[in-house]
Design a protein. Structure first.
Length: 188
């Protein structure tokens, strides 16, 4: 028997057991994930179960930073109806979020009166992305919305059940008809 034929025979023999050694990479459902709040407390995203989520990667020194005002308006208008706006600070795009969690909190309150939930500054891209952004950008979770975030103020709309409904790139303002209609539809 030739060496090539022996190797093929060994490979075919091992095929049934190979899945035992494969890593399971199935993403956890959104509501099973945890994050750290900007105040440093761990929060299970199960706390948001039954709410529509608008998750945004935010930055204090970006050309889109003024969107904090519109995001706060969305929070004020729709929170009682079941919308949770969640800001996730990140310093990955142009180093536009250099501040500490405390500095970010103070900036948001002072300049935009932010009362919606802010998470701790974290990574949202690459292998070091936090689990929430691994979930949001996974093409397996939603091929239409998956793919890496390219800039600050990218918005993800998530259903009450934790399914990704839509993705809005930074140029889509919080008060745009496109975004507000999608939120209203998700709430109903």
């Amino acid at each position: 028997m030739s060496l090539c034929l022996k190797m093929t025979s060994i490979a075919i023999t091992l095929l049934p057991i190979l899945p035992l050694f494969a890593e399971e990479k199935a993403a956890k459902p959104l509501h099973e994930l945890t994050m750290q709040t900007i105040q440093g407390k761990e929060v299970g995203l199960k706390a948001y179960k039954g709410k529509v989520l608008l998750v945004i990667n935010v930055a204090s020194e970006c050309g889109y930073t003024q969107q904090y005002k519109g995001l706060q308006t969305l929070h004020d208008k729709y929170a009682a109806k079941g919308l949770a706006v969640i800001g996730v600070p990140s310093n990955e795009f142009g180093s536009q979020e250099p501040g500490s969690n405390l500095e970010i909190t103070q900036f948001c309150k002072k300049n935009y009166g932010v009362t919606f939930d802010l998470m701790a500054k974290t990574k949202i891209t690459g292998n070091d992305a936090c689990p929430l952004y691994q979930f949001l950008t996974s093409k397996e979770n939603n091929p239409k919305t998956g793919g890496p975030v390219k800039w600050n103020f990218t918005k993800f709309l998530v259903s009450k059940e934790g399914k990704i409904l839509a993705r809005f790139e930074p140029g889509i303002e919080p008060d745009s008809e496109e975004l507000t209609k999608a939120i209203e539809k998700a709430l109903n």
